[in-house]
Design a binder for this molecule. Sequence first.
Ligand code: MLT
Ligand code: ZN
Length: 485
Amino acid sequence: MTARPIPEPFENLHDRILDVVGEEGVVAEAGEMARYLAEERGRFVGKAAFVVRPANTREVAEVVKLCAEAGIGIVPQGGNTSMVGGSIPFEEGDEIVLSLERLNRIRALDADNFTMTVEAGVILQEVQQAAAAADRLFPLSLGAEGSCRIGGNISTNAGGVQVLRYGNTRELVLGLEVVLPDGRIWDGLRALRKDNTGYDLKQLFIGAEGSLGIVTAAVLKLYARPREIVTAFVAVPDPAAALALLSRLRGASGESVTSFEILPRLGLEFTLRHIEGCRDPLEAAHPWYVLVELFGGREDGGLRELLEEALAEALEGSLVLDATLAETEAKRRELWRLREAMSEAQKFEGGSIKHDVSVPVSSVPAFIAEAGALVTELIPGCRPVPFGHLGDGNIHFNVSQPLPEAGGDFAPGKAAYLARWDEMNRAVHDLVVRRFHGSISAEHGIGRMKLAENERFKSAVELDLLRTVKKALDPHGIMNRGKVV
Ligand code: MLT
Ligand code: ZN
């Protein structure tokens, strides 16, 4: 393919950056750039003058300095798995994308300090594997772990399926190395559990989605590797029963519950219908399910018996309708596949309007009921599929479009349905915030997709604080412009 001409105002910058990063560090050809400019669902497709792929922190710093001098906007990018368009440039093409994918070294692992120092471009799964090889656990775990990169996880404060036990990414980071918007490097790579020396600056950059600087490396917290893992797929009559089961299990197991994921029958049906190799693990159909996982510190430490007893007792009290425990690792993977495929399976059911919200854990059943009634009133026939992280109050309230009236293709109605995305978002978010004091973005961040909604709910004081921080760190507004704040 022919090289794409570099837009004139960028030509000089392009050449100077090329001097810093070399041929391997610049992508300017349209075909090769495509994967950096679109997100997986194709909802956001942007333009950039070119893509820069520095190989180390010094190169990142020099590139940022050159962009700062030229006043050119930078979109930092990790694995490009953002669900809110945070890693995609705008359509004007007046920014560059700075990919961290070549900063992919594990710099150190200190098993006795239970820490690991990694560069931003290491794939999450590789972080997990390196920890396991040292008999440790890095507990951040989410669907995209095979392709998302740790710098992106940190920049978006990723959540996932083990937050209940180990916290969000924010709680898993001890230190950071950051390239600031003027090109200076902040070396905050401390590996300390206690450091009470003023503002906790690293927390500013965690969850900032690259709007305050570029995370280039981090010291991560490790945990003991679990010796016993028990997984069950449990049918329950309703979300209130699921909640009661969660409280019971947390109380009975000494906080060994690591994951507690809820899914509705409709979601399971989508998965069984559309995802190859999935089968219903229980004999009869039930209205709701939870996927429960417990981690214990000792092999045969009695967690399995504990869970079996708790489930048997709940079965007697009709809190639980049926359950199956994973006997092997392969069965465990099969059960997790049913949960993890939920978003993917929804794609085959026409348009899906999504909400990534959180409410207090105890309010989840009321929220699911009220939000269901709300969206059904708004669009009769729409099909709510609320699923996700009940254990930490984070529900993916995704709503599939009504079934096509005469059967057949979803396509004709899909665009009309998706045109009501903002309207439905506003109604659900109003309920989340005003009635349940919840969050309109529990784990996916703000990016460009939720900017207006976020501003609708934040107080004037909070918006002022956010803008003050942004202005102080990035006075010329070059870091991931138009995202977050
Ligand atoms: C998940 O937990 O599966 C994702 O965060 C939800 C999504 O894909 O919408
Ligand atoms: Zn999720």
